[in-house]
Design a protein around this ligand. Structure first.
Ligand code: ZN
Length: 431
């Protein structure tokens, strides 16, 4: 009971700190540092030892941690993958726009958010800022998270659109722009964001070369439900799975195989970046670990053949107002345990072999598990598993905990399921 409470308190703190991809990675880094993991520099020679614990960060937005097994170069890897990004709004360059006496910001939609959930929220800004450095190839990076509500996207009053509740198509360019200030005479509107960021960071505006800044909802995570059985927060997809993977990695013990946590970026836009699952980043890391263990190409391929991946990305729970949307016989419920994702057209990497592995692991962990299969008239989504198998010849399963309102600015999940996922992942790493 005590452990369960600790896991959930820790999840809520993690969610509140991890307001966008860069901060999810920063939060995980800090935790790994505190637990004795060594940060490896991709440009340096690695000295990785059996029993050692390491991590690598890519682009400040993807993180790969591994606890090296003691079974040698052919023992293989047990991998849990998830993603650091969530749908949001990204601030465009030169974003300042004045309209109706207000300063608003020009933004671009990242991924596929449910747009209208972003209206009338206390929003703020977070991201990374690149400052002039000694070497043009290596600008300095600073992170910024403004911890007070700073913007809002006000909805149009119903009096101007009586049909709003009958379906209301939204323009990403017109309807979704956030307001940051009332314009007054003393205010310099030019480079407002740049100067705001410079002040927050304590630097001169002309030191800033560029930025990746996004909006986030400042409302913290909380428990809801008669028995506090649900958790509601932004970005549960997929940071709840990233948190479960990290917790399991830290709770698990050394064994023959190397335990890997791989948190990629840009899943929401198709994974096609250097820090995404369609890149060779994980293959390169696993190869380098193998070389450090004395392996050659043959040993590496043997290790990969012996490996298994759990691709952890959230699934859809049956929604009490829309039960007809789900498959008639396979509809995961909140609180019913981790969900194995199945698709006949191979949108998911799961097959009977890999599902059997994961079901056995859940069984051994004393955790229930359930299936998600699309209603046959609904197209459904895809995730990391298959994309990764185009890079690495891996056996594995697509799974994830069930959610309501995936891609809403606030999603709802089950407290019990989060504990179940941590227990199942820990068992996987220890098996
Ligand atoms: Zn996801």
């Amino acid at each position: 009971m005590e452990t369960s409470k600790r896991y959930i308190d820790d999840l809520m703190t993690f969610m509140d700190k991890s307001v966008i991809n860069f901060f999810a990675v920063k939060t995980m880094r800090e935790r790994l540092d505190a637990e004795g993991y060594t940060c490896l520099d991709a440009t340096a020679k690695w000295d990785v030892k059996p029993g050692g614990k390491y991590y690598v960060v890519k682009n400040h937005s993807a993180i790969f941690a591994f606890a090296v097994g003691v079974g040698g170069a052919t023992a293989g890897y047990k991998i849990i993958s998830a993603h650091s990004d969530s749908p949001c709004f990204r601030i465009k360059p030169n974003p300042e726009m004045v309209s109706g006496g207000m300063l608003k910001l020009n933004t671009e939609v990242y991924g596929g958010p449910i747009l209208y959930t972003w209206f009338d929220r206390p929003l703020s800004i977070a991201g990374r800022v690149l400052l002039r450095g000694e070497n043009p190839l290596h600008p300095k990076t600073r992170f910024i998270k403004i911890d007070r509500p700073l913007l809002t996207i006000p909805h149009l009053a119903i009096h101007f659109n009586r049909a709003v509740n009958d379906g209301n198509p939204l323009s990403r360019q017109k309807d979704m722009l956030p307001v940051i200030a009332k314009v007054n005479e003393a205010m310099e509107k030019d480079n407002f964001v740049l100067r705001l960021v410079a002040t927050e960071l304590g630097v001169e505006p002309d030191e800033i070369i560029d930025f990746d800044l996004s909006l986030f909802d400042t409302t913290p995570a909380c428990l809801v439900g008669y028995r506090n059985e649900f958790i509601t927060s932004g970005r549960l997809d997929d940071l709840s799975m990233a948190h479960a993977a990290m917790t399991a990695l830290l709770e698990s013990e050394d064994n023959a195989m190397t335990r890997v946590m791989a948190i990629f970026d840009n899943e929401e836009t198709g994974s096609g970046t250097k820090q995404g699952a369609a890149s060779p980043v994980l293959d390169h890391i696993l190869r380098r670990v193998n070389v450090c263990l004395g392996g050659n190409e043959e040993d590496y391929l043997r290790a990969i053949a012996a490996s298994f991946m759990v691709s952890a990305d959230n699934a859809h729970a049956v929604h009490p107002n829309y039960v007809e949307k789900q498959d008639p016989t396979n509809h995961p419920v909140l609180g019913g345990g981790p969900v194995i994702k199945i698709n006949a057209n191979c949108k998911y990497m799961t097959d009977a072999d890999s599902a059997a592995v994961f079901k056995t692991i859940c069984d051994e962990a004393g955790v229930p598990c359930q299936y998600f299969v699309n209603h046959s008239d609904v197209a459904g989504g895809s995730t990391l598993g298959n994309i990764l198998t185009s890079q690495i010849d891996l056996r594995g399963v697509d799974m994830g905990n069930a959610l309501w309102a995936m891609h809403s600015v606030r999603e709802t999940a089950s407290v019990a399921d989060h504990i179940f996922a941590i227990l199942a992942f820990t068992r996987f790493y220890n098996c």
